[in-house]
Ligand binder design. Structure first.
Ligand SMILES: Cc1ncc(COP(=O)(O)O)c(C=O)c1O
Length: 364
């Protein structure tokens, strides 16, 4: 057995105070995004002496941390985001959780946190969904899962903490951009950057998101839904949006997206690139400049742009705005390729078409 295959076992100790069924039904009727939480968490503790231990599924309760806990001072934290989907026969399935497990381990290494064995990550998520299965909503909503590891050691010196805690919390969730089906407007951030070469852009750590909030506030102030970050060196090359990767459809049939490096290796991005050929599109990963984006949208050689993410699924981008003005993509409405890819992805996730790629992991 390799280190990544190590299992921990996540025995379920049921919450003594579960949400009554009528209240749960009320919450599930309109969960919104990220506000409603289930009855349990999955958890495991790590210390430098004992490694991972004390794993289980327990009642969701407030955490108790010493005020000197390293995460509170030095942001030694990583997280993930994936979803459990209700299937037509009433069962529940996860979408490509092994990719999240691998990315979580990658983030752990970058943030000098202990890497949870990848098999244990999938076990933890599965055990929590099994315990809180009644919280998995009906389509189009789903159960958003948020695994994370925080450095809990009470020590004010700056070094990798010797104690950490892994948790998974679960949140029934509707669409991230409710009411924005017509398409998003992105603010091109040519001052504030998200990531630099050698930094943490390809890790999913809380600090990246805190650093992006000021740019998001600028976007909001310009009536935009989200930010489009450019590279930190030249403020010229497209990177990604706040919580989404960005892909472009060209008139000559390419599905174009910035390469990995300083951006997050999105599970949805990867999946859409894998679906592309079935949609008559050639997947291409190469740098795209903001000048190419603007010129292509204006002369029609870029016909559609969309953003991908677990929470955002596939969201059309119809307008870009910046200090230099604004331009529309195509006709300023969601394009046919975007909608077709989105429909196929959702059909796979909700089990409405056969899972020919083996992406769905049914709850055992
Ligand atoms: C910065 C960033 N980019 C891209 C994504 C999309 O990744 P995924 O498709 O794995 O959700 C996310 C969301 O997780 C993100 O936070």
């Amino acid at each position: 057995m390799t280190a990544s295959e190590t299992r921990l076992g996540f025995p379920h100790r049921p919450s003594p105070h579960p949400t009554p069924a009528p209240q749960r039904a009320e919450l599930l009727a309109d969960p919104g995004f990220g506000r409603v939480f289930t009855d349990h968490v999955a958890t495991a503790t790590w210390t430098v002496d004992r490694g991972w231990h004390d794993a289980g599924v327990r009642a969701a309760e407030p955490l108790s941390l010493h005020p000197a806990a390293a995460v509170l001072h030095y942001a030694q934290e990583i997280f993930e985001g994936l979803k459990a989907y209700r299937q037509p026969d009433g069962s529940v399935a996860l979408f490509r959780p092994a990719l999240n497990a691998a990315r979580f381990a990658h983030s752990a290494r970058r943030l000098a946190l202990p890497a949870l064995p990848e098999a244990a990550f999938v076990d933890a998520v599965t055990a929590l969904v099994r315990a809180d299965q009644a919280w998995v909503p009906e389509p189009p909503a789903s159960l958003y899962l948020r695994p994370f590891t925080v450095a809990t050691e009470a020590f004010l010196g700056v070094r990798a903490a010797e104690e950490a805690r892994f948790l998974v919390t679960a949140s029934p969730a509707g669409p991230l951009f409710a009411g924005r089906d017509a398409g998003l407007t992105l603010w091109i951030s040519d001052e504030l950057s998200r990531a630099a070469p050698g930094g943490t852009g390809d890790a999913k750590c809380g600090g990246n998101y805190a650093a992006g909030l000021a740019a998001q506030a600028v976007a909001r102030a310009h009536a935009c839904d989200q930010v489009l970050f450019l590279d930190a060196r030249e403020h010229r090359w497209l990177e990604e949006s706040g919580t989404m990767n960005v892909l472009l459809v060209t008139a000559d049939g390419e599905l174009l997206t910035p390469p990995l490096g300083t951006i997050l290796d999105g599970v949805t991005r990867r999946s859409v690139l894998e679906l592309a050929t079935d949609h008559g599109l050639v997947p291409v990963e190469r740098p795209v400049s903001v000048d190419e984006l603007r010129a292509g949208c204006l002369d029609g050689s870029i016909t559609e742009v969309f953003a991908t993410g677990t929470a955002a699924v596939i969201s059309p981008i119809v307008t870009f705005r910046s200090a230099a003005g604004e331009f529309a993509v195509g006709a300023g409405t969601a394009g046919p390729r975007t909608l077709a890819l989105r429909a196929e992805l959702l059909d796979i996730q909700f089990g409405r078409v056969p899972d020919t790629r083996g992406w769905m992991v049914p709850l055992r």
